[in-house]
Design a protein around this ligand. Sequence first.
Ligand SMILES: [Zn+2]
Length: 192
Amino acid sequence: MEENLKAIVPHQFGGHSLCNARFCGYKRKPGSSYTHRSLPYKTSLQDSNLRQKLQQLFDPIIYNAGHYIDLGSSQQCEHANKEVTLRAPKSHHYGNSSSLDYRVHATAAFINEGRHYISKGYSMLGLSPGTHTVRHAEKCMKQREKKREKAKSPSTKLRRLLLKQERATNQGANEALEGDTYQSGKFICRTL
Ligand SMILES: [Zn+2]
């Protein structure tokens, strides 16, 4: 991990001696010209000032590489956060009541068990599970399963990559046309 972290900054600037073939296209095909898919103009960065600053940012991360080994993708975590905010919206202050606990538990049940948690909960309380509730849950679960299968297929992955590439190109072009629209610590007001 430490070795790979060390390779990140040089890689963006066209130095691939530290790179690993697992993530570096240049290492996989050293002969052919390599394009940076996610950088503006798809070419390696040049600014040595930027490189120095980036290196300063990355040094402590590289030094602490051992701490990051166990981290996973944050995508699932972000999804869970989103689901909780649907059941406990910020605009309704549930934070002070035990209602929040139930809402978070309900979200966990929804994510882990699926939508059937509602009818199961009703049954446990001795209430009717609800014909429509059950049917709706069935439908939603089928959709979820379908979506999951589809996301795994190679064609979907290819499409994701294509869209990412398109985004990068558009962003690069827009930045060249409009200049920076946002810069941290500065308020930029643009007049036409
Ligand atoms: Zn590289």
